[in-house]
Design a protein around this ligand. Sequence first.
Ligand code: RP5
Length: 178
Amino acid sequence: MENQGNAPLVSIIMGSTSDMKVVRAAAEYLDELTIPFELNALSAHRTPDRVAAYAQGAKARGVEVIIAAAGGAAHLPGVVAAFTTLPVIGIPVQGAEYAVGGLDSVLSILQMPSGIPVATVALNGAKNAAILATQILALKHEWIDAKVLEQKEALRVKIEQANEMLRGEQFAHRVVKG
Ligand code: RP5
């Protein structure tokens, strides 16, 4: 069964449209699984009032999980988490040339003080953010649970196929068991 509703289940927010090169992978994954989502750029330091209104209104719009991406001193996911009880998944973005190799955004999102958690994925880990969002949604939505299981099965088959391919690799000292 596919999604039938119009309300967004996931909201993706990024600090700048320059983050879109990373965030695109999350949007594409949700699209592939037919999960409805919002996609917006809002900045915790450039448009703080709009971020507050967006986060406070997310639940009423039907959103169940928020994905927030930011680079540099990446306070956006933490600020969003402060304004909502929805789970927030943070994507640290390695972006601007002045950034410290992305470690700045990783630590800004990962090291949230106790009380306001942000589930942090790897640097530029947008696809994992989308997968984690679908797994949260799968607790409640059976049709999404079925899709999550399909994705897991596809990964299992991929590794089976990889091992088939490796079986053909011949080396003088390779030991093959079984
Ligand atoms: C952060 O500053 C954004 O999330 C982005 O990663 C970074 C640079 O933004 P731009 O100067 O490209 O708009 O707020």
